[in-house]
Design a protein around this ligand. Structure first.
Ligand SMILES: [Zn+2]
Length: 210
């Protein structure tokens, strides 16, 4: 099964991807991971990426697309894959369609205000990196190393709001692009409640494909 996961930062998309990957035995592929992996390689493509990153430039679409194309051609993707964070734009979606036929696009939906609430209650230990929610740790002191917790800039409401605006702007056209294969799920409940309808849907889809 070839799956694309769409969802805003803080929507619980990553947790959902891990559950799908585990139960359906297909790898989760994120462009962030691809970039982290490729800089350790030494292929012509890897060298090109390293050069661009070293010069501080933005990696052009063609290269991101080529990386995804290479990755999904690997043997562990024979049964399928979950693309997380790609495509980000319709242009990338069109390119993807030239070399892979996506079975379904899962859209994880959560109201922006809920995302802002969830993310802005997050606190990080500046010493050991442990992450807490203020609900679970109202003292705001790290339970591992006793350091006072901080709120990262990424978890501040204004920053979150801006990231959500960028996400909405990029994703709305993609939702239209994939309207014929879209499966929507709300992540307002627990991670298990979010996963349950997705699992049922994918199980049916898998049976149909075999
Ligand atoms: Zn700590």
């Amino acid at each position: 099964m070839k799956i694309i996961l769409l969802g805003a930062p803080g929507s619980g998309k990553g947790t959902l991807a891990k559950k799908i990957s585990r139960d359906f035995d297909i790898p989760q592929i994120s462009t962030g991971d691809l970039f982290r992996a490729i800089v350790k390689e030494s292929s012509p493509l890897a060298n090109k990426v390293k050069e661009i990153m070293a010069s501080g430039g933005l990696v052009p679409d063609e290269i991101t697309i080529e990386m995804v194309k290479d990755r999904i051609a690997k043997p562990d993707c024979k049964k399928g894959f979950i693309l997380d964070g790609f495509p980000r734009t319709v242009k990338q979606g069109e390119a993807l369609a030239t070399f892979s036929n996506i079975d379904t696009v899962i859209l994880v939906e959560l109201a922006n205000e809920v995302i802002i609430d969830r993310l802005s209650s997050r606190r990080t230990c500046p010493n050991c990196g442990e992450i807490y929610s203020i609900e679970d740790n109202p003292e705001e002191i790290c339970k591992k190393c006793n350091t006072p917790l901080i709120q990262r800039d990424d978890d501040k409401p204004d920053t979150i709001r801006h990231r959500l605006e960028v996400y909405d702007k990029n994703t709305s056209p993609l939702i239209n692009f994939y309207s014929d294969r879209l499966f929507k799920v709300s992540s307002a409940g627990s991670p298990e409640e979010t996963y349950s309808p997705v699992k049922a849907f994918l199980t049916k889809l898998e049976e149909k494909g075999e």
